[in-house]
Write a protein that binds this ligand. Structure first.
Ligand SMILES: Cc1cc2nc3c(=O)[nH]c(=O)nc-3n(C[C@H](O)[C@H](O)[C@H](O)COP(=O)(O)OP(=O)(O)OC[C@H]3O[C@@H](n4cnc5c(N)ncnc54)[C@H](O)[C@@H]3O)c2cc1C
Ligand SMILES: Cc1cc2nc3c(=O)[nH]c(=O)nc-3n(C[C@H](O)[C@H](O)[C@H](O)COP(=O)(O)O)c2cc1C
Length: 875
């Protein structure tokens, strides 16, 4: 069985820290007086410092900007470089923190970039959005000798859209890079703390989030003003010349021309853009009052579920975004409504949120969100920036933030690197991981809203918690830091006894009660001889059982010698094998009371007769290959793997009997739970997937037909397996390949097994075909588990890149999983569960240290750093 590659961000911080020029990679910033720390835009967390609260007031009304704050004048329609402009101190690096532009702080020679002739002097910027303008301002500030022109096809006051949210992290970067812009922005922000979730007539509030927003138009005015005062040439109402023309005339061309970038299209061969249009429709609108919190409101209408996202951006104005699935949008008549009709209808549907007030549009139209990804961000001297390079769904509020951060990084790289090619390469290297991480969070959030209708039946607090943690950046632990009262209430509703984290609440499947929610996921050890588990298996599984998990699963145990993947796989087809497995279950039950042990039974199908994992995964044996069988004669890798023979009726019936016989042995061995392996391209998975099942008999074709043999096997096993012991089924919920099993199919597959008596579905993905395109990331398979659970009400085991106990608690509490299986983390740490308990100060019955280990149940002290410190200062 192929272990999936390490997912990006699995083991640690999902969000690399953006770099700011001259700060050596870290922005350390003391919030200015009166400046609320803003740890996160909705769903965009990572900053753990909770925002200041407003205890007495209960809730902070959005604060008005300081009167007359901005001393940055709006720019004229075309602002030519001013003859009178105060020359900017070229020698002053934009290091932190420069308090006053007029009185630059002393800098050391080390941070003053030496002028280099290779640096771009003539710069053309296509697009006067936040990204293009900010890049122009910074590059001009860093090199006043530069000649910089920005082309913007719209008029300066033509801007569409309403409020933009910027995080504390981004503001910290702006503060260091250009204090003038920072000060102007700071004076404009409205700030607030709470998120309201309104669902089925109940409003639940979660505090401590900290937001700062301002109007997009005001942001652009500030940037126009700053560009003009620095001497950037702004050409409004002027489409940029073609990119190729600019590239010939300028040293550097910055394509900040937005989501529909023509520059990107002109060099599509190099940039290789991939654009995905999603299935919801949304519209940006505004209301002429300020919400006193970020508001998510769900409307269950006769046409389907719709949602409102609202947040203030001025003392008298809020952004309002309405979104819904396309079929709901059509059913509600929005597809034929004009701008005013749409605006009025939205106001009517969300009348309660708006207090009966009207909504306002500004060239607003319904759009389907487009995710933009480019393989490369530069072509010669032309570079993509902001929405032209990448987009992230608005629900995590990151579009403007990413564009501004891109501009910062680009300006810094141009300064730091010896030449332009190096600068553009460094810019992409620096920004890509940040952008990809944000795009992963945005994709999770986007999908969550696409599937919103599946969650509306959740209990109100669980629904709210689920919504808040949807992007996976906000977790149980950091939500607790922001608002412990809210998290406590969610835990109470979930049934956590006081002081018990969600992962240490028991869970019952049929007659088996697991003491906690952690499962050691099946892992093939390829260490058996003739299918007999040996000392290695006893020690391996015994150690994991002592490590505290609620359920320890064996590897895939094969039902016949031909059904093995490799010669090192275990089996349950001989009495000797059964006796050896009995030794393992006895050890677990005797020495780790409270831990259950389950067996996974399977048959390798077309992926059989291959080498041990470390000798060449999925590679045929050098010698001694056996004949392999499958649904259809389709080899795993043509020309590499054997062509399997398609099973006939007799073959099918033999294999069904082998599964039943192995089940009988498993019952006698004392296993507590039985899992049928229908995932990862092995025999039964090969029947389920349309890519591997080309049969024309009753076992191929429709999904019902493809399910027939796996269900026959399941029924035969269920008939032998003791009634009070649970059975689970592992499936690949998507093949990650065109024409393969989809998430929708997976729901139907799960429904069928549940109807036949499966007690839970263990939801994995992929490994069915070699040319799959998985979207790895933290907890990347859990949306598939989540979907099955919430569509069918069937318990699910989530698995895949779940590496922290915080993620386990979050998934459980949000109702996305009932149990969490972890594989590789248990190879790293057999005591994963006990250590998770220690980390959370939990010492209850759900994670008891074995008596002989109790002396080591506290984290060993870290040595000298823990020692008491002498007093060294007198103040
Ligand atoms: C209609 C709309 C409304 C939005 N409203 C909001 C909002 O209320 N809040 C929020 O946070 N985000 C909003 N966004 C998203 C947000 O604007 C972007 O994520 C963010 O502005 C990205 O900045 P950017 O500079 O990369 O691109 P943009 O802000 O899109 O700027 C690109 C600019 O390039 C100009 N341009 C394009 N091609 C040419 C050309 N050939 N010649 C000259 N000029 C050109 C465009 O007119 C545009 O001004 C909105 C987006 C759209 C499309
Ligand atoms: C060495 C190894 C062997 C595995 N063998 C099996 C197996 O026998 N049966 C199975 O269903 N999954 C098997 N898997 C997949 C894991 O159960 C799990 O689904 C996958 O590793 C993702 O979880 P993780 O990110 O926690 O590692 C194996 C994984 C690894 C790392």
């Amino acid at each position: 069985m192929t272990p999936p590659p390490a997912a990006p961000g699995v083991t640690g911080e999902e969000r690399p820290t953006p770099r700011f020029p001259g700060t050596g990679g870290q922005a350390s910033r003391t919030p200015a007086a009166g400046f609320a720390a803003t740890p996160a835009a909705p769903g965009v967390t990572g900053e753990e410092s909770p925002a200041p609260r407003f205890p007495e007031a209960g809730r902070q009304a959005p604060r008005a900007p300081a009167a007359g704050a901005a001393d940055v004048p709006p720019a004229p329609a075309e602002a030519a470089p001013s003859a009178h402009r105060t020359p900017q101190p070229a020698a002053v690096a934009p290091t932190a923190p420069v308090d006053d532009e007029q009185t630059p702080q002393p800098t050391t020679a080390a941070v003053i970039p030496a002028p280099r002739p290779s640096r771009p002097l003539r710069i053309g910027v296509i697009g006067g959005g936040p990204g293009g303008l900010y890049a122009a301002a910074l590059l001009k500030r860093l090199g006043p000798e530069r000649d910089i022109t920005v082309w913007e096809r719209n008029a300066p006051d033509d801007t569409f859209g309403f409020g933009v949210v910027l995080s504390d992290e981004t503001l910290g970067g702006i503060e260091h890079a250009d204090p003038v812009i920072y000060r102007a922005l700071q004076d404009e922000f409205v700030r607030w703390d709470d998120i309201d979730i309104v669902h089925r007539g109940r409003t639940l509030t979660s505090g401590g989030h900290g937001f700062a927003a301002l109007g997009r138009r005001r942001l652009l005015e500030i940037l126009h003003g700053r560009c003009a005062s620095l001497g950037v040439r702004l050409r409004f109402c002027t489409p940029a010349p073609p990119a190729a023309e600019l590239a010939a005339a300028y040293d550097l061309v910055i394509a900040a021309d937005g989501v529909h970038s023509l520059t990107r299209d002109a060099h599509a061969d190099t940039f290789a853009p991939r654009i995905t249009t999603h299935r919801c429709r949304y519209i940006w609108l505004a209301a002429d009052f300020a919400f006193d919190a970020f508001r998510f409101e769900i409307a269950e209408t006769a046409h389907g579920v719709m949602q409102l996202h609202g947040y203030p951006y001025a003392p008298d104005a809020s952004t309002v975004i309405i979104e819904m699935r396309e079929e709901v949008w059509r059913a509600a008549g929005f597809d034929t409504a004009d701008e005013q009709e749409s605006t009025d209808l939205c106001a009517k549907i969300f009348a309660e949120a708006l207090g009966g007030r009207a909504l306002r549009s500004n060239s607003s139209s319904w759009v389907a969100f487009r995710t933009v990804v480019n393989d490369r961000w530069s072509h010669g001297n032309t570079v993509l920036l902001g929405d032209a390079a990448h987009t992230a769904h608005f629900s995590i509020g990151s579009g403007t933030k990413l564009a501004v951060e891109d501009a910062l990084a680009l300006a810094a790289c141009v300064e730091e690197q010896p030449d332009l090619p190096a600068a553009l390469a460094a810019y992409e290297t620096e920004r890509r991981p940040v952008v990809e991480s944000t795009q992963r969070a945005a994709a999770a959030s986007l999908r969550w809203f696409e599937e919103l209708a599946g969650y509306v039946e959740q209990p109100p607090r669980q629904f709210a918690f689920n919504l808040l943690t949807r992007s996976r950046r906000v977790t149980h632990d950091n939500l607790r830091l922001r608002d412990a009262a809210f998290t406590d209430a969610v835990e109470r509703d979930f049934g956590c006894p006081p002081g018990t984290p969600p992962m240490f609440t028991p869970f019952t499947l049929r007659g088996l009660t697991l003491r906690n929610r952690v499962v050691v996921s099946p892992m093939d050890m390829y260490s058996a001889v003739n299918g007999v588990p040996g000392d290695f298996h006893l020690v391996h599984l015994g150690a994991r059982a002592l490590g505290g998990a609620g359920l320890v699963m064996t590897e895939m145990v094969c039902v016949s010698a031909e059904g093995r993947i490799t010669p090192g796989c275990t089996g349950l087809y001989t009495p000797e094998q059964a006796a050896a497995w009995r030794r393992v279950t006895d050890f677990v039950h005797d020495h780790s009371p409270g831990t259950a042990i389950g067996v996974q039974l399977g048959h390798s199908g077309r992926k059989g007769s291959t080498k041990l994992m470390w000798d060449g995964i999925d590679q045929p044996l050098d010698e001694g290959n056996w004949r392999i069988a499958a649904a259809s004669p389709i080899p795993y890798r043509p020309g590499v793997n054997q062509v399997p023979h398609a099973l006939d009726r007799v073959g099918l019936s033999d294999i069904r009997e082998q599964f039943a016989a192995a089940t009988g042995r498993a019952a006698h061995c004392g296993f507590d739970l039985l899992e049928l392996h229908c995932a990862h391209g092995y025999l039964l998975s090969g029947f389920l997937s349309p890519l591997t099942n080309g049969r024309t008999d009753a076992y191929g074709g429709s999904l019902d037909n493809r399910l027939r043999f796996p269900l026959e096997v399941f029924d035969a096993m269920r008939g032998v397996w003791p009634d009070d012991r649970p059975m689970t089924v592992r499936i690949s919920a998507t093949d990650w390949a065109q024409g393969g099993t989809t998430a929708e199919d997976a729901v139907e597959i799960a429904r069928a097994f549940a109807a036949h008596g499966a007690d839970a579905i263990d939801v994995s993905t992929g490994q069915v075909v070699p040319d799959e395109q998985p979207e790895y990331g933290r907890s990347y398979q859990t949306p598939y588990a989540d979907r099955i659970r919430n569509a069918l009400g069937v318990p699910v085991i989530a698995v895949g890149a779940i590496s922290s106990w915080d993620d386990v608690n979050s998934l459980l509490l949000a109702g996305r999983a009932d149990l969490c299986a972890l594989a590789r983390p248990h190879l790293y740490d057999p005591h994963w569960t006990l250590h998770a308990a220690a980390d959370q100060d939990y010492a209850g019955a759900a994670a008891l240290w074995p008596d002989p280990y109790r002396a080591g149940s506290r984290k060993p002290p870290a040595g000298r750093t823990d020692a008491p410190k002498p007093r060294l200062t007198l103040s």
